[in-house]
Structures are given as structure tokens and as C-alpha cells.
Design a protein around this ligand. Sequence first.
Ligand SMILES: *Cc1c(COP(=O)(O)O)cnc(C)c1O
Length: 420
Amino acid sequence: MNQPFGLAPFDRSAYKELSPSPRIIMTPGPVEAEPRVLRALSYPILGQFDPEFTRLMNESMELLRHLFRTGNEWAYPVDGTSRSGIEAVLNSLIEPGDRVLIPIYGRFGHLLHEIAQRCGASVIVMEREWGGVFAPGEIAAAVTRERPDLVAIVHGETSTGRLQRLEGIGSACREVGALLVVDAVATIGGVPMETDAWQLDAVIGGTQKCLSIPSGMAPVTYNDRAERKLLKRKRIERGLRSGAGDSPSARPVQSNYLDLSQLQDYWSPARLNHHTEMTSMLYALREGVRIALSEGLEERFARHRLHERALMSGLRAMGLELYGDPGCKLPVVTCVNVPDGIDGERVRERLLRGFGVEIASSFGPLKGKIWRIGTMGYGCRQTNVLHLLGALEASLLREGRKLPAGESVQAALDVYDDQA
Ligand SMILES: *Cc1c(COP(=O)(O)O)cnc(C)c1O
């Protein structure tokens, strides 16, 4: 028989039943999923126009409005990882030739830059050395000077563990008629993020970070300023079809799957068919966001702060140095300089193999230079922090590093006992 590509006959016993090992994941994502979210993923499928499913879609929008702290009509998930939400927003809001200002202070700023360029934008970049962020006034001044059509910026930069303050940028954008787009993938549900109070026109969140839902959806929200641009482009799409057309550079949204104007019709009461909603992921999203809101956002932010404090205290007691400007540290990601003479990758491997705990390295100029430790969502808890500190200390001792044995976990326990 013809075996294309040298495919061998299928051996029915070659593959064992799926059984991934339980892990303690302390990376900046994906993190351990909430057990209740995992359960939600296993529920029976509902048809996409079943009234019961319609109700779940509507409830999810309402939950997302609370999560994003917005009165926006539009708050729904784009089906795909967080990056699909970023692509949907930028592809839908940037027309070829638009002037787009992008302040970059880490890897995900470069991603915004790349996507904006693919959208045909004329991009103006501001760069900050990794480890720091911008003063909001610097960005506001650049907005006033450059008068862009759109500004895109990362709120929590997981590559460097930094948090960009956003207050004050929105009003500068409104003065020049620019839309302000924010990547809040790493911060949503873990760090205060105020869509309306900060005058953000479009925000993209993530599921697999502080919400502890598996990767695969990108909740987005946008206001009527953003929607006006969508509707204009939709008019042009129809106009071009009938041979009319607005301005010579005006273009319909190039993507079908990621066209927010089509997605909002699907999420509107009209429920105009677009793609098939990801049933199981929607269950997971609804459950994950419900859990976050029922904990209480303020309480949740405080919990992330507490475990960050315990972790930092334990790391310092081990004689380790934290990376980056402490004035703009992202509470949910703690970056540590790999000490001289230590092979950072070997330590990570030992943590995973010996202790079942995963931490991350970083990208580009920081690859191998820092460890990144995530304390996000369900993974952000005392047992995980203590386990990691003990495991890291043991691994460093194993590598021959001199350190005051036992003090790290004690330092973290001091923080927890103070709380009790
Ligand atoms: C993780 C992350 C992304 C990308 O998310 P995916 O789900 O992998 O597409 C984008 N921006 C930031 C700030 C992130 O931390």
C-alpha cells in the first residue's frame, strides 16, 4: 500500500491515555487553572443558538464589564489566545497609513509594533531601556506633539516584570482625537485596571494569567469612540462593494475572523452568525471571571500584593537581587537576577524535574540573565510561594552557592504570620 511521507502503519497501542503531570506553575503564564474552571470545561456542549447558551453569552459580557470596570456596551471574548485579541483590536482600528504611537519598554511592546506595521500603520516608536517604564507625562507629551491616530501600549510587561502607569494618557489622546489601546493581558484580574476611569478606548485582557483559565480566549472591551471607527470602516466595506467609497486611503478591515464589527454583530442581540463560539472555553471564561469577581477585585489585588511581598522577602533572604526599577514593579511577576557563576537554565531544570515547579527565563537581551516568577491567580498562594522558595534554596545550595540555609522560607513565613 502507498505510504505517503513514509508514514508507518498505525500501532494501536503506541499511545498511552493522556495523563499530564500535576505541576506548580510559577511562570508569567500559562498558570495552573482553577479546578472549578477545569470542571466547567467538561460540561456538555450547548448549541450556539440555544437560549441557554445565549444567556451564558450575555452573562459573560456582563461579567467582563465588571472585570474591565467599564460601562462599555462591548465586552466579549475574541476566540484565540490573547494575541488574537490584540490583532483583532489593532486590525480593526488601524487603517493603512494611520499614524500609530507605540511606547515600548519590553518584548510585548515590540509585538504591538510588529502588528501595527502589518496593519500598514506609519509607526512612531518611543523606547525605554528594559527594566524601566515611561512617566505618563512623557507619553502624554508625545501624543500632543505627534498627534497620532492611535496609541498602543502594554500595561503589565511580563518580559521585564514592569507596570506602566496609564493615568493621564487618555485625556491627551482625547485632545488630539487619538484612540488609546491597552494590552492588559497580564494585569487583568491581578492588578487594578480601570478602563473608564483611565479613558482607555480599547483594552485586551488574557485568560491564562491572573484569571487562571486555560489559554485560548482574549476578552476585549472598547467604547463608542472605537466603535465609530469600526462602523465607518464597515460602511466603506459596503460602499466599496457598491462601487462608492469614502476617502482614497479608507479600507475595510482586512481580516474576517478578527473583524470586531462582525464579532460585535455576533455578540449583539441580532446574533448574526460569524464563527462558532468556543462553547467549552466560554464556560471556562464565565466560571473564571465569576470566581474572580466573587472573590472581589480589591481583595484579589490585595492577595496578589501579599504573596508578592512574601516572595520578595524570601528571595532577598536568600541573598538574591531583584531585577529592574522597584518603583514600577509588576506585582504579579517578580524578576530575579541569576547570580554570577550560576547556570540559570540548570536551576530551572532542577526545579521542574526535582520539585515539579516551573519558573520562567526571559527573552532577547534578558535570556538566561533573569528568572521570572509569576504569582498569578490561582497559582498565587502561600503553599506555592513557600514550596518555590524551599525548592530554589535547595537547588542553589546544590549548585554550590553559599547562602544562609533556611532563612528564605522563614522570611516568607514572617510576612504571612504578620498578616494572620
Ligand atoms: C502573555 C502575554 C501576551 C500574549 O498572550 P498569548 O495568550 O500568548 O497570545 C501578550 N501581552 C502580554 C503583556 C502578555 O503577558
